[in-house]
Design a protein around this ligand. Structure first.
Ligand code: NAD
Ligand code: UDP
Length: 321
């Protein structure tokens, strides 16, 4: 049995990862400061004898004897990471330094949840790992993008300088149950709006593209990455290459929910990437043939079912739009 630390374990992705790691027979320590995560996401795990929760902020050092660390702590939605940009940068950079320091001390393997945002507004399409990106250093998204880029640098430096067994995955847009319904991300916004019969808020003309993966495919890829041999560091893209526009996403959600909602157009946020699509050949080659299994319609149906339950309990839910 391995003892595994998951920072950001009460968040959307972290909660699914904790559950998978417990199901595979590991002991899991979930560390979170509940900035965007919630105990509700992990309430079903709390009875598990090998699940432990720590309220802690990754900007402060933390000690525990663990075999593996998944570093996920960081707000991921633009609304939340821009709320306190200095704190976002500290979370990425200090969080990386503190978790890497812990990995060095206890000789643990450590995986960084990096992001497709390191490619910024990409001029190469689809994005392979060799592409260095097109990132604004001083814009509203920079606290997140540059924080995550700096964390990647720190991970490689700990590998090169201290031979720490590091892994970096670049996660592309992910959706599924346990998304925070009020964190302003497009999938949760559109689903909640459709279920409430409100207009779906399209930023810009809706022609910008993203490639969304269902959360189960992601956590499978993350665990496979952690289990690769020492020295295989990545970065590795983990995402679903099926690319579509935000208008197409809105139409799909309206169709599946059978909603009477219409579209409402808003200003496009500054530096919003125009296109994004992963090249996943490296993951496919090195992670035992990993590829996404759950396609958009199936994943949306599961996610819509989750949000129907959330709305049954909180019919007056207020969203950030
Ligand atoms: P989330 O906001 O649901 O989860 C982040 C978790 O980290 C939350 O539980 C939050 O409370 C916690 N956290 C934030 N700051 C912290 C701090 N200083 N100390 C301790 N805990 C802190 O977001 P998510 O979608 O689950 O994302 C998880 C990770 O994956 C993030 O690192 C994010 O950058 C990365 N990622 C996510 C996506 C995506 O589409 N969801 C895409 C790329 C990368
Ligand atoms: N978006 C939108 N309506 C919303 C929320 C987001 O049209 O209510 C757009 C947003 O401008 C972006 C895309 O959807 O082009 C994905 O946004 P999200 O915040 O989910 O992720 P990110 O921009 O970080 O990829």
């Amino acid at each position: 049995m391995k003892r595994i630390l998951v920072t950001g374990g009460a968040g959307f992705i972290g909660s699914h990862l904790c559950e998978k790691l417990l199901n595979e027979g590991n002991e899991v320590i979930c560390l979170d400061n509940y900035f965007t995560g919630s105990k509700q996401n992990i309430v079903d795990l709390m009875h598990h004898p090998y699940f432990e929760i720590v309220r802690h902020d990754v900007t402060e050092p933390f000690m525990a004897e663990v075999d593996e660390i998944y570093n996920l702590a960081c707000p991921a939605s633009p609304v939340h990471y821009q709320y306190n940009p200095i704190k976002t940068m500290k979370t990425s950079v200090m969080g990386a330094i503190n978790t890497l320091g812990l990995a060095k001390r206890v000789r643990a393997k450590i995986l960084q949840a990096s992001t497709s945002e390191v490619y910024g507004d990409p001029e190469v399409h689809p994005q392979p790992e060799e592409y260095w990106g097109n990132v604004n250093t001083i814009g509203p998204r920079s606290c997140y993008d540059e924080g995550k880029r700096c964390a990647e640098t720190l991970f490689m430096d700990y590998f090169n300088q201290h031979n720490i067994d590091i892994k970096i995955v670049r996660i592309f847009n992910t959706y599924g149950p346990n998304m925070n319904p009020s964190d302003g991300r497009v999938v949760s916004n559109f689903i909640v709006q459709a279920l409430k019969g409100e207009n779906l808020t399209i930023f810009g003309d809706g022609s910008q593209t993203r490639s969304f993966q269902y959360v189960d495919d992601l956590v499978e890829g993350m665990v496979r990455m952690m289990n690769t041999q020492r020295g295989f560091t990545g970065p590795v893209n983990i995402g679903n290459p099926y690319e579509f526009t935000m208008l197409e996403l809105a139409e799909a959600i309206i169709e599946i929910t059978g909603s009477s909602s219409k579209l409402s157009f808003r200003a496009l946020p500054k530096d919003d990437p125009k296109q994004r699509k992963p090249n996943i050949s490296l993951a496919n080659k090195n992670l035992n043939g990993w590829e996404p299994k759950i396609q958009l319609k199936e994943g949306l149906i599961k996610t819509i079912t989750y949000f129907e339950q959330v709305l049954n309990h909180q019919p007056n839910l207020n969203m950030i739009q």
